[in-house]
Design a binder for this molecule. Structure first.
Ligand code: F6P
Length: 522
């Protein structure tokens, strides 16, 4: 597989030229006025997700150049390597196969996608573990005595399950409460424990490595609390979700569900890390969730780039970051259950693509991951949309809206939909007949992702869409989207500082850290 970094291609220079001569002055209002087919040409149906890209600063010739860029960079070869289980996480020498976790259990003879045959053994293990985990989820669901499920994990071992359990709350089994403890800040665990009884609580210790300091500290405190409250049956009240089953056993947990080093933490929701979700929505719900993601995998794997939604979104991301120079993207889910969607995407995209060197370790001369941020609509409208409409920075917005609600409060949903449409419209159209404070420049881009309804299948597809679009931009940037060395330094320093906090030794510390440490100890 040959990967060519985007800035070393002819298309990159052509795009720069296109931007400088023409595209920098692109105007959405003119584009719509000149082209009645714009919506049709710049929208894309994908499994369970419809995307309107037409309110973006992009036209067909630019998209053609971006597609040419993808071709020169070897995107299709890189995608084939992903789906062949090649070790594309090159700094850790690991395959990247979260997509295999949602691949259906097929007999080898029935598998048409030939690359899968190479990972048939892994596929078998995936389904053995999945079946065991779903059977366990079923037991927990049927156990009326267990009312509280506490997931202790951080990063990918928290954000995915938490986001999805909240998102699918309408499908969750009644009578069970789900808690997510991630922070090493004891306030979080203490306030959670204060609402629990040991006999009705199940702790899920979720950690790919089973070494993460926050999770291990919380897990130890939870275990101590359980014992102090008279709890004895660890096998019934604790389960571990980890690739490090040995460490979980050493910790004293015998109920374990494993996964593999070819599943990145931020891509692990589909593995045993998804157990809280499986308990919430049940076996069939979880299988539907996997099926939705698989449908998106197949779309990404097989659709031609020009009609491939993750590809089109990833190319747009490169266009905005590297040519328009937009430094952030605002995530605006118009569904209150998607509260944690922005936080989930922050890890997915910023931990994957927040890199400053290419896969060969050479410093990059261009920008990579934007900052992602946001809140559910309509709340964001009454907080920071002022800046989106009239601030000095252009921030592309990514809306998510759902056609059918799952409540019967008839007055609400039409208003919610009216608001999301109106915001996208206002960003684009602006208001140029008034001056000064009442002037809206408009021409502010947005993408509109539309689901028929928010259910396990569509959520699975929506998440897989985001995973693959991050792959696409990372692929063009020539980076390794699957490692996260950037989080290591802080972890190492925290251990050193913890020792110094205990001893008071400030020798060799910078003046600020030493000063703060002394104040904290005084
Ligand atoms: O610190 C970053 C990170 O490694 C994430 O990538 C990961 O999701 C998180 O920590 C938690 O790791 P673990 O699941 O091993 O506890």
């Amino acid at each position: 597989m040959t990967r060519i970094r985007c800035d070393r291609t002819a298309a990159w220079a052509a795009l720069q030229n296109c931007f400088n001569t023409d595209a920098r002055n692109f105007d959405l209002r003119t584009a719509f006025a000149n082209d009645p087919e714009r919506f049709a040409r710049l929208s894309q149906a994908a499994p369970h997700v419809f995307a309107d890209l037409s309110k973006n600063l992009l036209d067909t010739p630019t998209e053609a150049l971006l597609l040419e860029l993808a071709r020169e960079c070897g995107l299709e070869e890189h995608r084939a390597a992903l789906f062949a289980g090649a070790a594309i996480n090159t700094t850790e020498q690991r395959a990247v196969m979260h997509w295999l976790l949602r691949f259906p259990a097929l007999a080898l003879a029935d598998i048409e996608h030939s690359a899968i045959k190479l990972v048939a053994a892994e596929l078998q293990q995936v389904h053995q573990t999945l079946d065991a985990m779903l059977a366990y989820a079923h037991t927990v669901r049927s156990d009326a005595a267990i009312t509280d499920i506490v997931n202790i994990g951080i990063g990918g071992s928290d954000l995915g399950p938490q986001m999805a359990v909240l998102a699918l709350d309408a499908f969750a089994i009644p009578g069970k409460r789900f808690h997510f403890v991630s922070n090493v800040d004891g306030h979080e665990l203490a306030s959670t424990l204060s609402r629990l009884k040991p006999e009705s609580t199940l702790f899920l210790i979720a950690s790919k490595t089973f070494t993460t300091i926050e999770t291990m500290t919380n897990a130890r405190s939870a275990k101590a609390w359980f014992a102090a409250q008279g709890g004895t049956d660890i096998a019934r009240h604790f389960a571990a979700l980890t690739t490090n089953v040995e460490a979980a056993k050493a910790f004293g947990i015998s109920t374990t569900f494993g996964f593999w080093d070819w599943v990145g933490g931020r891509y692990s929701l589909w593995s045993a890390i998804g157990l809280p979700l499986a308990i919430a929505i049940g076996q069939q719900g979880f299988r539907d969730f996997l099926a939705g993601a698989h449908a998106m995998d197949e779309h990404f794997r097989t659709a031609p780039p020009a009609a491939n939604l993750p590809v089109r979104l990833g190319l747009l991301d490169v266009w905005y970051r590297n040519f328009h120079g937009f430094g952030s993207r605002s995530i605006a889910p118009y569904h209150s259950a998607l509260k944690r969607w922005p936080a989930y995407l922050q890890q997915l995209e910023m931990e994957s693509n927040g890199k400053r060197v290419d896969a060969a370790g050479a410093a990059l001369p261009f920008s990579t991951s934007p900052v992602l941020w946001g809140e559910p609509g309509t709340n964001g409208q009454h907080a920071y949309f002022q800046m989106l409409h009239q601030g000095t920075e252009v921030v592309p917005v990514e809306f998510v809206a759902v056609k059918k609600p799952r409540h019967d409060l008839v007055a609400h949903h039409p208003l919610l939909l009216a608001n999301v449409l109106a915001q996208a419209q206002a960003l684009m159209a602006g208001k140029t007949d008034a001056g000064g404070h009442k002037h809206f420049p408009g021409n502010r881009p947005s993408t509109f992702l539309l689901l028929d309804e928010l259910n396990p299948t569509s959520l699975g597809a929506l998440i897989a869409l985001q995973e693959h679009r991050v792959f696409v931009s990372g692929s063009l940037w020539g980076i390794n989207s699957f490692d996260q060395w950037g989080v290591e330094l802080g972890k190492v320093l925290a251990m050193d500082v913890a020792n110094r906090l205990a001893s008071g030794d400030v020798a060799g510390l910078d003046g600020s850290t030493a000063g703060l440490l002394a104040r904290l100890r005084s």
